[in-house]
Ligand binder design. Structure first.
Ligand code: FES
Ligand code: FES
Length: 197
């Protein structure tokens, strides 16, 4: 066998080995991508969900990844609850679950199975507004109104839990609810008004 023949055979073997490796890279990359994606975004899984919202029973199928906020707004058209940051930082999405205030953007719908959810749509008695809604109107507790549903749900919890002994205490309790219009003075006044009833 001539030297050149040996070289070209060795070259051929190396080249085909490299090509085989190169061909395997996309498959390995794809597998890694799917693995990472499944870790970050869990696979879709639909579960039956029974929940009471504003004293009305709902039975529906929900993707386990759906937040309570999206369930309310997208699935049930209860758009009174607002989506601000969607990251637990603004309080616009505040609702009550079994009487406790929660951030619905940080609550999975699967976590409220069998519970009572109350949204801003559920606090009035027919045409009679909730005292906190009345107070927000009479004390100028809102301007654009975008933060207002969340503010009112937190304000009701603030009074119910008795955090109304001072302006500082009210402000501390309400600190998770942001208002870009700066209606804070009216909000505090509204809470004081309802606490005094
Ligand atoms: S939308 Fe939930 S805290 Fe901002
Ligand atoms: S009233 Fe406009 S964000 Fe609060």
């Amino acid at each position: 066998m001539r030297k050149n023949d040996k070289l070209s055979r060795r070259f051929f073997l190396k080249a085909s080995g490299a090509l085989t490796l190169l061909a395997a890279i996309p498959t390995a990359l794809k597998a890694t991508y799917i693995h990472v994606k499944n870790f970050i975004i869990p696979e879709k899984k639909v579960v039956p969900l029974t929940v009471s919202i504003n004293k009305k029973a709902y039975t529906l199928n929900s993707d386990t990844r759906t937040t309570l906020l999206d369930l309310l707004r997208e699935n049930l058209s209860l758009t009174g609850t607002k989506k601000g940051c969607d990251h637990g930082q603004c309080g616009a999405c505040t609702v009550h679950v079994d009487g406790e205030r929660v951030l619905s953007c940080l609550t999975l719908s699967a976590m409220v199975v069998g519970k009572e959810v109350t949204t801003i749509e559920g606090i009035a008695q027919g045409d009679q507004l909730h005292p906190m809604q009345e107070a927000f109107i009479s004390c100028d507790g809102f301007q654009c109104g975008y933060c207002t549903p969340g503010q009112i749900m937190s304000a009701i919890a603030c009074v119910k839990e008795g955090h109304t002994h001072s302006v500082e205490e009210i402000k501390a309790y309400m600190s998770g609810n942001l208002c870009r219009c700066g209606a804070y003075n009216g909000i505090v006044e509204s809470i004081q008004k309802v606490a005094a009833l």
